[in-house]
Design a protein around this ligand. Structure first.
Ligand code: TXA
Ligand code: MG
Length: 334
């Protein structure tokens, strides 16, 4: 296939161009504050089908619908008071809410579920695109199904560039991991379906049920109701991954293998440019670790190491999301 994709700087003219492509039922790569998305008209079945095709994603795995504002979202899903309050507080931002859908959202988007995942993103380029459009945008992460999520326009171009025409370049994604997903269909019992940049504490829903124990297998099923999207094996580079405990050293590392620590090692021999040792942050800051996670994994996946040994993050705040993605990336393929 030919590589037709253009990486477009976020000028007004290029944002207009992407808006026109989307009106013509095309899908394009878009920057968000979490990871890059593969966007299409959420209200048009041709566009939505293209998203699944380009990503190689099974139709049983539903999509997040992105809006410019809470008011726009209210036209397509049923908000309860608790959802409205959370949205008012955290949107635009890295929070996705699961709420009962209205008829305007097709079953294709929700994989037949009566509820939809909705979010108002914060990235200024994505917002500027949404503002121009007459429709919301369905957008999964812009990676081939099962692979590491993209945090640079170049990642999208490298993996999907022969299947799409354009990716808007909004720079490196701030958070680097996908939004926190909260099921708020029952306002009295919110449930975190996917940990993300906003922790349960930050959201003020500490007593919620957390679905982040990745050791409990959630199998890909033919029934979207059972387990939408929370596949145990996901985010996986081609290179196998072994995880080790936070604050410990990697064991039995062969010469052909690489080690990723969460913080730069004090040992200057390890921290030299030529060693096979890498790190996700200078001083252990969790936001920096998350920001660098997927990019470093993709870089080392190209470097042909035979294995990546990766240190788990401190399991708090966005570190919970980092560990969730790491567990899935390290899980054996079925
Ligand atoms: O940060 C993000 O959320 C990024 C950016 C592009 O917005 N998007 C993203 O989309 O991560 P995706 O498709 O890679 O992950 C969405 C997750 C999937 O696990 C999917 O199964 C789940 O959301 N999901 C979507 N609709 C759902 C629904 N109605 N009920 C339960 N889970 C749903
Ligand atoms: Mg994804």
């Amino acid at each position: 296939m030919t590589h037709a994709c253009k990486i477009l700087p976020p000028t007004e003219a290029n944002i207009d161009l992407c808006a026109d492509l989307l009106r013509d039922e095309a899908v394009v790569g878009v920057p968000t504050e979490t990871v890059y998305g593969l966007a299409g008209n959420a209200l048009n079945e041709v566009s939505v089908r293209k998203i699944f095709e380009v990503k190689g994603r099974p139709l049983i795995d539903p999509l997040i619908v992105h809006f410019h504002s809470l008011e726009d979202a209210e036209a397509h899903v049923e908000f309860n008071d608790r959802a409205r309050k959370l949205a008012a507080q955290f949107w635009p931002g890295a929070l996705t809410l699961i709420l009962p859908k209205k008829d305007s959202i097709s079953d294709l988007v929700t994989a037949g579920l009566p509820s939809a995942a909705v979010r108002v993103p914060a990235h200024p380029v994505f917002r500027s695109l949404l503002k121009r459009l007459e429709f919301p945008l369905a957008a999964p992460s812009a990676n081939p199904f099962g692979y590491v999520s993209p945090t640079l326009a170049q990642h999208v171009d490298a993996t999907l560039g022969n299947r799409i025409l354009a990716v808007l370049d909004g720079g490196a994604c701030d958070h680097g991991v996908e939004s926190t997903i909260v099921d708020l269909r029952d306002p009295a019992a919110p449930k975190i379906l996917r940990p993300g940049p906003l922790s349960a504490e930050a959201l003020g829903i500490q007593n919620c049920i957390q679905n982040s124990d990745t050791n409990k297998t959630t199998v890909p099923s033919t029934n979207a109701q059972a387990a939408p999207g929370m596949l145990t094996q996901h985010y996986s580079p081609k290179t196998p991954i072994t995880l080790f405990a936070h604050g410990t050293k990697a064991q039995q590392v062969k010469e052909t293998e690489a080690v990723i620590y969460t913080v730069k090692p004090c040992d200057s021999k390890l921290a030299s440019e030529t060693s096979n040792t890498f790190w996700l942050s200078e001083n252990g800051e969790l936001a920096e670790i998350a920001h660098n996670l997927f990019g470093l994994i993709q870089k080392l996946d190209q470097a042909k190491y035979t294995r990546l040994h990766i240190e788990r993050a401190l399991n708090q705040a966005i570190g919970v999301a980092v560990n969730d993605r790491l567990s899935r990336a390290a899980a054996k393929r079925p």
